[in-house]
Design a protein around this ligand. Structure first.
Ligand SMILES: [Zn+2]
Length: 361
């Protein structure tokens, strides 16, 4: 468990990126609704970000490269985490996504979860829609585990296009019969796909991306009239819990947007889409406890980079380190009980994901 989360959650490594468009000197504006009623939640330094993605003690070279990369993306040493009073969108400012260099240095193991609530929820929605001969596109498809749930019963594999940056996944996706491309959704390779798709899937992708009008405009133009896009993003209430309870923070430039149904509504209105449904994942105690125990362990190492836990985490990967980390994480369980009590009381709002269905009328 702890072994697999000491870097970025790999299923989220889509590698999608655009060029920086905002400098920190620009007047901040909500990327979702364009409001200027904003407040600053915190300031993140490039050192802090580099330390988060590659602790100096564990890998000084990666740390240095990420520091330089992040400074160049931000056009300076710091980034603000802001919150919009009008639509609730939380965002990094400058609103700039990680680029290929950033994701190369932070690394991906290509370990994707086979089952996620948003997979099951979307499959149920497709069953209800019951469209025969539907054409589908998945952005950031990983090894195709979501598509395994809908192919071939609901969509034929030959009618599916997938976009994925992980080189190791491409042969797997092709073997499953999909048309697999290693490009951004906004790449000209997809220009021919205008009005071509009934369904577009973006699971744990949108929170990584900048250029939102180009992105949602593209989704709108690739969908047929009557088509639907399905997105899942981290639940912003869960992020807030993590940050308030010494669990891992949501760190730019990996995640740059914290979405709300209102933020989806605002960006959809400008791009010819309609939010048809928005639902929170029901809290799964199994998922929550596994993440909370490991994330709070990681954060203990982050907060004390010269301490014992950080030293254990900088040991070479292997069985001994895994066992030592599991024992250390278990030791601190009693210190999590009051946070878990809060989660129990607020369990209706603290599921892992926000799921939305966006329709093109
Ligand atoms: Zn807003």
């Amino acid at each position: 468990m702890i072994e697999t989360i000491d870097r970025l959650p790999p299923e989220e490594l889509t590698g999608q990126h655009t060029q920086p468009t905002k400098r920190s000197s620009d007047q901040p504006e909500c990327p979702a609704c364009k409001s200027r009623s904003l407040s600053t939640l915190r300031t993140v330094s490039a050192h802090e970000a580099a330390q988060f993605f590659a602790p100096e003690r564990a890998n000084a070279e990666s740390h240095k490269r990420i520091h330089a990369c992040v400074t160049s993306l931000w056009g300076g040493d710091t980034c603000q985490i802001m919150s919009c009073a009008d639509c609730g969108f939380g965002f990094a400012w400058p609103y700039v996504a990680g680029n290929a260099e950033f994701y190369n240095h932070t690394g991906s193991d290509g370990v994707y979860p086979r089952a996620k609530w948003e997979f099951t929820r979307t499959a149920a929605e497709l069953r209800k829609l019951n469209k025969s001969g539907a054409k589908a596109l998945e952005v950031g498809a990983g090894n195709g585990y979501f598509l395994d749930q809908i192919c071939p019963s609901l969509v034929r594999p030959e009618d599916v296009t997938v976009l994925e940056y992980n080189d190791k996944s491409i042969p797997i996706l092709k073997a499953k019969g999909f048309r697999a491309l290693s490009v951004d959704l906004r790449d000209e390779a997809l220009d021919a796909g205008r009005n071509a798709f009934d369904f577009i899937f973006l699971f744990q992708v949108v929170e990584h991306l900048d250029g939102l009008d180009a992105l949602f405009g593209r989704i709108g133009s690739l969908l047929r009239s009557g088509g639907s896009a399905f997105c899942a993003v981290p639940n912003s209430a869960r992020i807030k819990y993590q940050e308030a309870n010494r669990s891992v923070p949501d760190q730019p430039p990996n995640h740059i947007g914290r979405w709300t149904p209102e933020a989806f509504d605002a960006i959809c209105r400008r791009n010819g889409l309609v939010v048809r449904s928005a639902e929170l994942e029901p809290l799964s105690w199994r998922e929550f406890l596994a993440h909370d125990i490991s994330y709070s362990h990681i954060q203990r190492a982050q907060l004390n980079p010269d301490g014992f836990i950080a030293r254990v985490r900088s040991l070479p990967r292997g069985r001994m380190r895994r066992l030592a980390e599991a024992a250390l994480a278990a030791l601190f369980i009693p210190t999590r009980l009051s946070a878990w009590h809060y989660v129990y009381r607020n369990r209706k709002n603290l599921g892992g994901s926000l799921w939305v269905r966006l329709d093109r009328p």
